[in-house]
Design a protein around this ligand. Structure first.
Ligand code: IPE
Length: 258
């Protein structure tokens, strides 16, 4: 099976609070369905999560009572996003259910605790896709914290043992420098940890979960001799479908572990 993370940069407009890219999501759901692959989707929070999470520093855990209403608001916003995602998945013919991390699981010092995967596996056995997403999750030690979709994907690797993990973003892959501010930057088709240490960590948008570098590090941690991990541009029509079918497309593949 293939684990797919639909990044917030492709399913939302990350620069504007709560803007859902419905047309893109509709197309991506159809591409996943058309590819015919067995998959589980995780999605990011985009502007439904990052804007308020950054404003109230929710990634730091509880430090100020003023953060508390923001915790509830962000949970509400990312659930709305998740329901819109599910609507598109159902319309594409993919039976999918919501598994909100903030309601189903805990964290301890920022680490997602998913000791009992019975809900997830029961859905999968029935041919229903359990869909998790970047969320605010209660934390045993810090009160609450941000759980990113990338973190969820990492944990799900230990549960589903996917042969491939695909991160869908709005860039062609990892560039030597941020392509939004450096149009001449070169695409890296393959990334190793040694190469990553030389890549610029600039990012043109606000992101409480660390931007492209954190994503690449997470991707490298998920690789193994049996599993590659690919970053692909979901804004380009047909590219995700081709990749899922095993065709070669413009993308960055993480190899060799961290
Ligand atoms: C972030 O999740 C969760 C919140 C800010 C609540 P992600 O880090 O997976 O979201 P994207 O993909 O970067 O938008």
């Amino acid at each position: 099976m293939i684990l797919i993370k639909l990044g917030g940069s492709v399913i939302t407009d990350k620069t504007q609070y709560r803007i859902f890219n419905r047309d893109t999501v509709r197309r991506l759901c159809a591409e996943i369905k058309d590819s015919g692959v067995d998959s589980v989707i995780v999605h990011g929070a985009g502007s439904f999560g990052h804007v308020l999470a950054k404003k109230y520093s929710l990634q730091n855990g509880l430090v100020d009572p003023a953060q508390v209403p923001a915790v509830a608001r962000v949970q509400y916003d990312v659930r709305e996003l998740n329901l819109m995602m599910l609507d598109e998945l159902l319309n594409a013919g993919i039976p999918a259910v919501s598994v909100p991390p903030g309601s189903c699981f805990m964290m301890a010092d920022g680490k997602l605790l998913l000791d009992d995967p019975e809900v997830l596996l029961s859905a999968s056995r029935l041919g229903i896709m359990p869909v998790m997403f970047g969320d605010v999750v209660f934390d045993r030690n810090k009160g609450f914290g941000i759980c990113s979709g990338d973190q969820i994907v990492e944990v799900l690797c230990g549960i589903y043992h996917p042969e491939r993990v695909v991160f869908v973003s709005d860039v062609d892959g990892l560039f030597e420098k941020d392509p939004k501010t450096n149009p001449d930057s070169k695409l890296l088709t393959e990334v190793t940890s040694e190469l990553l240490s030389r890549v610029s960590s600039d990012s043109s948008v606000d992101d409480v979960t660390g931007g492209v570098r954190a994503k690449m590090e997470a991707m490298l941690r998920m690789t193994s001799p049996e599993r590659d991990c690919v970053l692909v541009n979901g804004s380009v029509k047909g590219r995700l479908c081709s990749l899922l079918k095993g065709e070669r497309v413009i993308s960055t593949t993480a190899k060799g572990g961290l």
